[in-house]
Design a protein around this ligand. Structure first.
Ligand code: SF4
Length: 418
């Protein structure tokens, strides 16, 4: 059975009528306008009393776009069959709720809790694999029910590339270190695939990488391993033996610069242990596994932060890993607010900000300066439809007496970018 290709369906179905959230946004046209020589330069939208810097790359990546199209097309194509997805399509509650309203059902929550037992599935059910992929264990459980996994497989090819490289490197004798959040679906899937071919361990950040590095250098007792990395490694992982040769890959939505830093860190650890002469034998070069979309969104946000501004607004799902990384980048420079949609902009004076570290919402008062033209930086995570970004922009414009029509400003920026 050939791997599912959503473009095969496009000839038969007009997705626009099924997915109003995802298409026809004027910001999408802006984003897709031909980039100038500087492909990271932000868009500038000047409305007079308020101006926006918009990241050159923001929002949906191709992997998410493909998975969404698979979901909508499948629901349309098989009105008489039950359509499931292994877990949430993407970390965006609006997208997931819209699909559920159209009949899609999730088999698991984003945290891995089973919502529908595997045994309830039948061979004629349609089960879509999301962009994050699926663990081998889930795949086996579905196959046992006679479910066809290949036909509706929307696993992103960049995620599959990580699995492919993990296998290749494992066969060469490297241990795989996955930079990711242990409970994230993609990290669980990568761990599951990687451990078939290599000892594999998950580190969530540089602090954990350093704890592991200190054990490798004998600066911290190996006894700490069991406590710090309990359950975050392949079965039988032996830190005494399995950390002689390492390769770092990532959950593709992690901060790419942090993954690169972690890889560089293990390189210095290995140089200290084994010397520089044979370092490539001890640390593999895995930069080719980083997802281009995550890198682009992060690089474009870093570039956006060079613009003078009063505040930044980052839009994305509350549980979106890549969105929280964009928030982290912006916070280093200026007041930053993490919102899910225009609904979180309560008024000119109040905004509902999501504190992703504390996992709680908080009302922020007077988030907009009142004594001068306001300059706002805007970007969004890989699971946020452009139409939501546009609604946020429109909502903010309501608070100002504009000197230029919004469409006119955006269209002139499209012309400038072309
Ligand atoms: S962020 Fe990258 S790896 Fe993840 S779905 Fe998007 S394109 Fe694929």
């Amino acid at each position: 059975m050939p791997k599912y290709q959503s473009r095969n369906f496009k000839k038969q179905y007009d997705l626009g009528q099924y997915a109003p959230l995802y298409r026809n946004s004027i910001l999408s046209h802006l984003k897709n306008s031909r980039p100038p020589a500087d492909r990271m330069a932000p868009f500038r939208l000047d409305f007079g009393p308020v101006s926006f810097g918009v990241a050159r790359h923001f929002g949906f990546c191709k992997g998410v776009e493909n998975a969404i199209e698979v979901a909508y097309e499948t629901l349309t194509r098989y009105p008489d069959r039950r359509v499931f997805m292994i877990s949430e399509l993407i970390h965006n509650s609006f997208v997931n709720a819209d699909l559920q309203a159209r009949g899609l059902r999730f088999l698991k929550t984003a945290k891995g809790q089973q919502l529908i037992p595997w045994t309830e599935l039948r061979p004629d059910d349609v089960v879509i694999t999301p962009a994050f992929g699926a663990t081998l264990e889930d795949q086996a459980a579905l196959r046992a029910q006679g479910v066809d996994l290949q036909q509706w497989n929307a696993t992103c090819r960049f995620v599959e590339n990580v699995w492919f490289r993990a296998r290749e490197l494992g066969e060469q004798g490297y241990t795989i270190i996955v930079h990711g959040k242990f409970r994230h679906e993609e990290t669980l899937a990568t761990l599951s695939h990687s451990r078939q071919h290599a000892p594999t361990i998950v580190v969530k950040d540089m602090a954990e990488a350093q704890q592991l590095g200190e054990m490798m250098l004998g600066q911290r007792p190996m006894d700490d391993f069991a406590e710090i990395f309990a359950g975050k490694h392949s079965h039988g992982f032996d830190p005494e033996k399995d950390l002689e040769r390492v390769a770092v890959v990532n959950q593709t939505t992690m901060l790419a610069t942090e993954t690169a830093d972690i890889s560089d860190y293990f390189r210095t650890v290995m140089i200290e242990r084994f010397g520089e002469a044979d370092i490539d034998h001890h640390v593999a070069n895995t930069r080719d596994t980083l997802c281009y979309a995550t890198k682009n969104n992060q690089s474009a946000t870093q570039r956006l932060l060079e613009e003078p501004a009063d505040l930044a607004i980052v839009i994305g799902g509350r549980n979106s890993s890549n969105t929280s990384h964009l928030v982290e980048l912006c916070e280093q420079k200026l007041p930053t607010f993490f919102i899910a949609s225009e609904r979180d902009i309560l008024s000119r004076y109040e905004l509902l900000h999501y504190d992703f570290r504390q996992h709680k919402e908080q009302v922020v008062r007077n988030y907009l300066p009142s004594d001068r033209p306001v300059r706002i930086l805007l970007t969004s995570g890989a699971s946020c439809p452009d139409a939501i970004v546009e609604r946020v922009l429109t909502r903010l414009l309501e608070f100002f007496d504009l000197t230029r029509k919004p469409e006119e400003v955006i269209r002139s920026s499209i012309v400038l970018a072309s």
